[in-house]
Design a protein around this ligand. Structure first.
Ligand code: PBG
Length: 335
């Protein structure tokens, strides 16, 4: 055979790494950490093997475990001691995240990012206070103009401002609003600036889809909506152009990093944002993506280590610079 082109030449062992187009580093990864004000002991999260909710006093130890693996950044999620319709514990100075932040940022070198949202703090589990919505939708079942409840966008913005500022005061290095409220990045940016936190970046969950892959997280953080769903604020999985519009708005409002969530089922979105914008792009490899690989591995159907690495590499190849993943600690030492 006289073949000019033999791509296999570059797949030989000693040259493969030289020509590899994508690499994964521990510093690309962010590890989620759950801090729980309702417990004195660590509580394993059943649907997310290897992950636990830790009490506030154990947050430093938990973050140190992450740092030992080579991962340098964590994302803190909080489970408050009590919930109410407004989610007031989310911005309390003695709230679960604020307490944990003060300890973690004074006692460790971790880069600490906080989730800025209300769903874990409201008793109805939605991402903001509710208001009645009048709908005259002729296609809906039932009488026209039946009142339904929805999240009050602008009242939520005021709450998000208070949360972000309280996190920054307690030492957060970066804030990550995840509620998909219109105008949330702009509101938080001005509130932070006014409070003297111009240097605190915002990682916006710019394109967060209404996804069934969040199931295990909602168990972990006790944040499932008690009625209805989140389709009035999170994005329709059918839409890709809309993601670019969301990112454009967040850019105009001052977002520093653009996040796509979930990751694997939405790699087309990651890659489109990478092409169209020059911001760092983050992807959230969510709880369901983690749980399904674990479940298959437990059955002996997949090699967990291999599929975890391949998944994260694929997310980077699609264009993500940063990956928020429950695999962070398992994968980092192998890199
Ligand atoms: C809500 C929030 C969600 C996740 C993190 N913060 C999703 C939701 O319940 O709508 C999901 C993360 C995961 O599944 O890993 N602020």
């Amino acid at each position: 055979m006289d073949l000019t082109h033999r791509p296999r030449r570059l797949r030989q062992d000693r040259v493969r790494d030289l020509v590899s187009e994508t690499s994964l580093e521990p510093t690309d990864l962010i590890a989620p950490v759950f801090v729980d004000a309702t417990t004195d002991e660590r509580v394993p999260i059943e649907s997310m093997p290897g992950h636990e909710r830790v009490p506030v006093d154990d947050a430093v130890a938990r973050v140190e475990e992450v740092l030992e693996t080579g991962v340098e950044a964590v994302m803190l999620f909080g489970i408050p001691e009590s919930k109410d319709p407004e989610g007031t514990r989310a911005w309390a100075d003695d709230g679960v995240i604020q307490e944990a932040l003060r300890q973690v940022t004074s006692e460790t070198d971790a880069y600490v990012i906080t989730d800025v949202c209300l769903c874990e703090y409201t008793d109805h589990g939605h991402c903001g206070p509710l208001e009645e919505e009048l709908r005259g939708d002729a296609l809906a079942d039932g009488p026209a103009c039946e009142p339904t409840m929805t999240v009050d966008n602008d009242a939520t913005l005021a709450a998000l401002e208070k949360i972000a500022v309280s996190h920054a005061r307690a030492g957060a290095d970066m804030v990550a609003p995840s509620g998909m409220m219109d105008g949330m990045v702009g509101a938080i940016r001005s509130a932070l600036d006014e409070a003297g936190f111009e240097h605190v970046p915002i990682m916006s969950y710019a394109a967060k889809y209404e996804s069934a892959f969040y199931g295990p997280f909602r168990d972990a953080a006790d944040g499932a909506p008690s009625f209805g769903n989140r389709r009035h604020y999170q994005m329709d999985p059918a839409n890709a152009r809309e993601a670019l519009r969301e990112v454009r708005l967040d850019d105009e409002e001052g977002a520093d990093v653009m996040m796509v969530k979930p990751a694997l089922p939405y790699l087309d979105i990651v890659s489109a944002i990478r092409r169209e914008f020059d911001h760092p792009v983050a992807a959230y490899n969510v709880s369901g993506e983690y749980a399904m690989l674990h479940a298959a591995a437990e059955k002996g159907w997949l090699d967990l280590e291999a599929v975890a690495l391949e998944s994260l590499l694929s997310i980077k190849r699609a264009g993500a610079d940063l990956i928020l993943t429950y695999f962070a600690e398992d994968v980092a030492p192998q890199l």
